[in-house]
Design a protein around this ligand. Structure first.
Ligand code: CA
Length: 154
């Protein structure tokens, strides 16, 4: 009887996880820093790769200009430096766009061999506690997007 209850509970928890209610998960680094996995975004025309050195073991390649990875998280009021950890295999395959709160910025990599943060961060101010939308879109092919790191600086 007890075992059956445990199994029912485990299945219920698994189903809750599959429903994606909590996606993307917020991975806390310290009091002011957290990251979210790109593979947990809503993906359109994007391929998930098994990537050994990626966080969560996966990265995402947006296929072309029709593709995107987007999500919305709850963000507390403040100013953030937001960077994306990714791999850009070559000089012609090392850029993408990030849109946060309606502002778009071209992001660059210099990491053909391993997953590293973008060369510059996206400076973003959240005016009040509430939802914040993040969208990654295509600029060049074969960019492997791993995770998005938020660092609260103010
Ligand atoms: Ca990842």
């Amino acid at each position: 009887m007890k075992a059956k209850l445990m199994i029912t509970l485990a299945v219920a928890l698994m189903l809750a996880g599959c429903a994606g209610v909590e996606k993307p998960r917020i991975n806390t680094v310290d009091d002011n820093t957290f990251f979210i996995e790109v593979e947990e975004f809503d993906l359109t025309n994007a391929k998930v790769l098994d990537t050994e050195d990626a966080s969560g073991g996966k990265s995402v390649v947006i296929q072309d200009a029709s593709g995107k990875a987007e999500t919305t998280i709850q963000l507390s009021k403040g100013t953030y430096e937001i960077s994306v950890y990714a791999l850009g295999p070559s000089y012609d395959e090392d850029a993408f766009f990030m849109t946060i709160g309606g502002m778009e910025q071209r992001m660059w990599l210099e990491s053909p061999e391993e997953i590293l943060p973008t060369l510059e961060y996206f400076a973003y101010t959240q005016e009040a506690d509430g939802p914040c939308s993040i969208k990654l879109t295509y600029a060049e092919p074969n960019v492997e997007l791993d995770r998005v790191l938020f660092k609260k600086v103010q």
